[in-house]
Design a protein around this ligand. Sequence first.
Ligand code: IMP
Ligand code: MG
Length: 190
Amino acid sequence: MLDDIERVLISRDRIEARVRELAEDITRDHATGRSPDRAELTMIPILTGAMIFCCDLMRYIPMAMKIGMVTVSSYPGTSIRSQGPSVLGKQLGDIKGRHVVLVDDILDSGGTIRAVVPMLQELGAASVRVCVLLRKNRPEAMATPCDYVGFDIPDEFVVGYGLDYDDYYRNLPDVVTLKRSVIPPHRAES
Ligand code: IMP
Ligand code: MG
């Protein structure tokens, strides 16, 4: 697995430092003038990619919170361009009147966020804010409303820290690019 890495784009140390800063921003924005530990927050990672990021993030947010989950797939199998998001399942609890932070690993075409945010609003969330670890430098990503962004990155395919290729590499602690030999050329634009 380690042989497949082309280069480390964002190291585990930089990720950890940035995750702490994002957690501080989220905590501050949800304190709303009351004692932070009384605010009603629900963190919702978009599975599977945001699982590791959200686990780290929430441990730096010292507020009362519940956790929901939604599973969305847009890159089935070995595709590396979005095939359009489909919601495969959700376990949200009752989010009516709660402040929701939707957490994703990466903002790419923006299709996932644009599909999930209205769904949460329709379920009666008091607010929905979006937090992504990575945002790709492409117009569709930049045009998608997002409250918290960890890192802006070039429009490249990356894996690690939750992000996958064909469901592998999620357990790499750094965000990395893969060697061309790992992604067959005919897949690269599919
Ligand atoms: P979007 O709906 O196109 O914004 O894509 C978001 C989803 O696609 C993310 O939650 C990821 O699961 C996946 N994705 C987008 N870009 C990458 C990438 O570079 N590597 C791995 N997964 C990606
Ligand atoms: Mg994925």
